[in-house]
Structures are given as C-alpha cells and as structure tokens.
Ligand binder design. Structure first.
Ligand code: 8YV
Length: 327
C-alpha cells in the first residue's frame, strides 16, 4: 500500500523529515522559500497532511482548493495563521504546539525585558561605534527591574512563566489582566494580582504582552493605551504583531511618552515599521522567543506527532478543533 502524502511547508530539522518519511511520502521545501497562497495551494495538491509554521495561512480559499487535506499541524503554539472555523467547516483538523515552548519563551520575555530596561543593545551599539571614551555617571541609566511592578497582559502558560520569574527571581510586584481570572491557587503560585486593563496600564513599570492575536486583541495597545502608561515604563511584546499599533508605538517612543520597548514580533513581519528602526529606545529581535535548539526540536516533534498520531491512528495530541474527530 502506498503511503499517504504530506507537505512540510518550511525547512525543518532533517531528523523530523526522516521521522515523517517512515510513515508518509514527504514533499519538503529545501530552499525554504515562503510560498504565496498560489504556491502553497499548488504544493498541497494530493496531500492529506501539512506541517506548517506561522508563515502559512490556511483559510477557506486554500481549503476549497485542497479538498483531500485532512490535517494541518502548526509548529507554533499561536495559530492565528489558521482560520479554525473554516477548517472545522471543511472537516480539516488543526493542531498547534503548546507547552513545549512555555519556559523557553518566558525566559526570552525576561531577557527582552532586561535588555530593554537596562538599554543593553543601545549601549552595545554605542561601544561598537567607538564612541566610548570615558565613564560617566549618567551613561545609559536605565529603569529598575528588581522590586518594580511587572504588568502582564494575557495570563496563559507563558504569562504565568513570566510572572513567576518576576516574582520569585526579581522580587517584583506582579499584576495581570486576562480575559478570565486565574484560580486562587495559580494566582498564589505566580504571586500575581488581577487588575483591570486600565490599572495595568497605569501601574506597570514593565508591561509584557503575552496574549493571543485575535480580532479582539488587534491594536490592544494603541495610542490611547500608550498614553495611559507611565513615562518611565517599558513595553515588551513577545505575543504577536498586530496586538500593538507599531506606528503609534514608534511615535510614543520618539516622543519619550514611554521609556522604551522590546519587540520580538511586528505588524506585517518580517517587515518592520521603518520608524521603529530609527528610534534608539527600542530593542528589536526577529521573532526568536522560542528559539533554542531543544525547544524548536520539541515543537517540531510535537507537530510531527500530531501528523503521525492523527493520520495513522486518528489520535492527534493537541487538536484545536476536536469536533472534526467526532465526524
Ligand atoms: C514560532 C511562536 O516559532 O509558537 C509560536 O506561536 O510565535 C513561535 O514560537 C513561530 O510562530 C513559527 O512557527
């Protein structure tokens, strides 16, 4: 019997492709080109499964053009590249890759917070440019981290990881806002206090965004929200581009209406708003919060496990629309 065919839409670890090849005919993308919609549809012809990353959008048009598709496994916890309702309507299972990246991503959130508060990249650029010719008492003075107020918007698993690092490691006063409040046990574990979004914006010395991107969270931080923040505050985005209005943020940074920002995700990435590239008080990284070898391998293995589990036994590990399984 011939093996079912799947598409691995971006370059991944060779050992993951080898694993998948034990079960499937695998078409890969050796040049790692990011295909446009027509390119993706063309490669998906005849495939029952797809291994995707955040760069492949699976919507009604793609689904209509690929009627044999049964599962799309995302190598990411976020799945805003999936139209889950359209997938469910088409009877296509979607899976994501939660949990395996939680601690690594929380580590990075803290790294970005520290780099932003303590002006690490800005001062390194100064040094590399040969501008350091004497010590000065006020050179690159930053914002205090220990003992300050850490605000977290979006208190899922990664938000909780950031909270614990702040509370236990840096003695921070942790406040959060989320669609739903944590249980008292989880609040105690994170030493975090639930507040309104207004209080979060007003009180945070460092505001970390860790919420999923949905139509409701589009521009959750725009000019009005930035205006409510302390002029000494920092803003850290490790969630998704589009949650912050990048144009409004660039203006707020330029006018020093907040002290600094640390951004790992951008509206329309890999494009970056040109204004953000010219303001000095922002730390910019190319969507690398989960990027350690171990974690990226775990994410890829989980996506592969979902494909193998579903296509060989009808049992995916982390389904997003399990109602498809009941059909
Ligand atoms: C991924 C991420 O690396 O998991 C997520 O949601 O943002 C990152 O960890 C990225 O989405 C590529 O798939």
């Amino acid at each position: 019997m011939s093996k079912p065919s799947i598409l691995v839409a971006r370059a991944v670890f060779p050992q993951i492709v080898d694993r998948l090849a034990q079960h499937f005919e695998v078409e890969t993308n050796p040049s790692d080109e990011v295909w446009d919609k027509a390119g993706l549809i063309a490669r998906l012809q005849g495939k029952v499964g797809a291994f995707t990353t955040g760069s492949e959008r699976i919507d009604a048009e793609v689904l209509a053009a690929c009627p044999q598709l049964k599962i799309v496994a995302n190598m990411a916890v976020g799945y805003n590249n999936f139209d889950v309702a359209a997938m469910t309507a088409a009877g296509v299972l979607g899976t994501n890759a939660p949990d395996v990246l939680t601690e690594t991503t929380a580590d990075f959130g803290f790294a970005l917070l520290m780099a932003t508060a303590r002006r690490i990249t800005e001062s390194e650029h100064f040094l590399r440019a040969g501008k350091w010719n004497k010590w000065a008492y006020d050179m690159f003075s930053g914002c205090e981290v220990h003992g300050s107020t850490l605000g977290i918007l979006g208190m899922g698993r990664i938000g909780q990881g950031v909270a614990k690092r702040g509370a236990h490691g840096f003695g921070m006063n942790v406040i959060y806002h989320n669609r739903s409040r944590l249980t008292p046990e989880l609040e105690a574990e994170c030493q975090a206090r639930y507040v309104s979004k207004e209080e979060l914006l007003r009180s945070a010395d460092h505001l970390v965004l860790v919420l999923p991107y949905t139509p409701a969270s589009h521009h959750a931080i725009g000019a009005a929200e930035l205006a409510q923040m302390k002029p000494t505050a920092t803003l850290i985005n490790i969630a998704r581009g589009g949650i912050v209005d990048d144009a409004a943020l660039a203006q707020a940074l330029r006018e020093r209406r907040i002290a600094a920002a640390g951004l790992d995700v951008f509206e329309g990435e890999p494009q970056v708003h040109p204004e953000l590239l010219t303001v000095p008080n922002v730390v910019l990284t190319p969507h690398i919060a989960s990027a350690t070898v171990g974690t990226r391998l775990a994410m890829a293995n989980l996506a592969a496990d979902n494909l193998v589990g579903f296509l060989t036994q009808g049992k995916p590990l982390t389904p997003l629309n399990p109602q498809v399984l009941a059909r």
